[in-house]
Design a protein around this ligand. Sequence first.
Ligand code: MN
Length: 382
Amino acid sequence: MKRVSILGSTGSIGTQALEVAKMHGMQVTALAAHSRAELLAQQAKEFHPSCVCIFDESKKELLTELLSGEKIEILSGMEGLCKIAASREADIVLNSVVGMVGLLPTLTAIEAGTDVALANKETLVAGGSLVMRAAAEKGVNIFPVDSEHSAIFQCLQGNSMNPVRKIILTASGGPFFGKTTEQLTQVRAADALKHPNWDMGNKITIDSATLMNKGLEFIEAKWLFDLKPSQIEIVVHRQSVLHSAVEFEDYAVIGQMGVPDMKIPIQYALLYPERKACPTRPLSLTEYGTLTFEQPDYETFGCLRAAIDAITEGGLRPCIVNAANEEAVAWFLRDEIGFLQIGELVRAAMESVRGGDVTCYEDVLEADKAARAYVRSRILNK
Ligand code: MN
């Protein structure tokens, strides 16, 4: 059985991954969390990793107290995350941290030659070329955890010799599908946090409401599967049963279906290439009865168009769009800006912040910082 370390263990993906690990008796070598020290300590006492990391340095003392008497090394901050990523104790690192913060740990795991189960989509959006180049050089596997990308990955099994014509990336449409710009002006964080199909963290739930999540996934798919933007079609599929599909040269389309439960893609990434019983439920197609497919509304949901424009232009544009979005979402979650302003700020940052090529990690960091600063100054100087 593979040994796994989990970055982001107290989040939605992390806790479900631990359920999967428990069911299959996987050895958990390390756990890292952002700031939830109590839950992290509880997980550590159950899974006995050799070390734990709390990203928020101010919680280290509390964590140390909670784990006194346990033989567990306690780390903190980015240094701790990277120490776990660099350790050769694990066969696979699950990276499920939120945001650009995940990029350095991903690069560090690849450098150490450890496979990565990737749930941190911002990693590929901001630094896709760096990540994929490093993975190819080191012969490291990147297993997608995102349900759509896992679906595409599953559809490609046994088809490595066959050219892909295009992929069909499905989108739930989020809680505001069908709404007009007018109707969205009054939306507050609390409204956007109610997602119809998926139970997720706050940041990704807002991204689902703005459709930025699909934009980020568009970019993620481009990198993971080496596609041109013109080979990716986004289709709104409200039921989230078809998780995505691949169209081959002969127009045969292979899709992957299942109930909307992240434990299925998480387990596929962790146990690949094996399929085993999963702590979820079976799909009943007759229970759904009808599956629907529609065009996304690129006009109302400006974030989606901005993300596609960014990857079409290339270089640092996707990084700028991602950073501007992360910053804008943080302000929206505090009810300090409106829902539609997220898309406006992302578009403005994409057009105004200096881009250029991605040659190294520092380029990405700098563009990320510049985009965040731009968004902050736009909000504060209004
Ligand atoms: Mn997804």
